[in-house]
Design a protein around this ligand. Sequence first.
Ligand code: NCD
Ligand code: ZN
Length: 344
Amino acid sequence: MDQISIIQPDDWHLHLRDNEALATTVPAAARGFGRGIVMPNLSPPVTTVAAAKAYRERILANLPVGVSWEPLMVLYLTDNTSVDEIRRAAECGFIHGCKYYPAGATTNSDSGVTDLANINPVLETMQEVGMVLQLHGEVTDCAIDIFDREAVFIERHLQRIVDDFPQLKMVFEHITTSQGVQFVTSAPENVAATITPQHLLYNRNDMLVGGIKPHLFCLPVLKRNTHQQSLIEAATSGNKKFFLGTDSAPHSKNDKESSCGCAGCFSHPAAIELYTEVFDQAGALDKLEAFASKNGADFYQLPYNKTSITIRRKAWNIPMSLPFTDSEIVPLGAGNTVNWKFEQ
Ligand code: NCD
Ligand code: ZN
């Protein structure tokens, strides 16, 4: 097959940052996608409907003329999130989820929830109003090895939430392990997961063998190749619980290539093509549309996009770097050849 046409995809997990960064990140997020779930981990985080509305307007102001793309906004849960704020979010029409970050787990997560037990009333209300819970599923206990943090989160917390809130819709974000795949596969209908391009394309050897590759460092961290294989099988299976979420997370080149490098991969410049390559290599191009364009919309109870996109078999090189605010940024796969090309 030399070309594939699919319903326009959506990205169910991404980061845009704010202010000047939006001039780069918003057009990149809109490249081929119809909508995107915009994560709220700004500094300070987006914790209120009013802040989400203002952020949404700043995002839309950076959308190129003639491009239609819809930011789907998210509230950042803290220990102090009120049930009234959840009700307001459910009514406003532009907020589509609330994100649980364990305090200290990842970029700008210092205001995150310190103990899931603190937000039981909030989860109760989310369940009642049908608001989606988006989970960064890692424990932050320093006694737990960083490669085990997702699996331990399932044992210690996720099973309990699924049992206690049987109607709560939840997305286990950017899953990285076979335990994550197994949990979601056997969980009830209200539990789904996003999968990133980096966790499908790479494993920890790619990041660490032959020298450390800071541009492959993201959280949850890349795992061993057996986990990568489980993720590829889940994404390409057609199972409607798994859908596309790039977790495109821009950080400047300097902030990544540092003695204390930031976590996050900026995947938007070639996101659609990188996913297509994974599905092609797995012999599953026929499953790409479900993963990229249908399963997430079904889960979030939104209509499919009305247009289609075509991706052609054509080799091109991902740029080594791109301009970003007053600096530059290195996209995921920089310098590599991709064999598929989406043309706008
Ligand atoms: C994300 C970021 O930079 O905002 N980083 C990452 O490594 N994925 C935060 C997140 O989603 O964990
Ligand atoms: Zn993220």
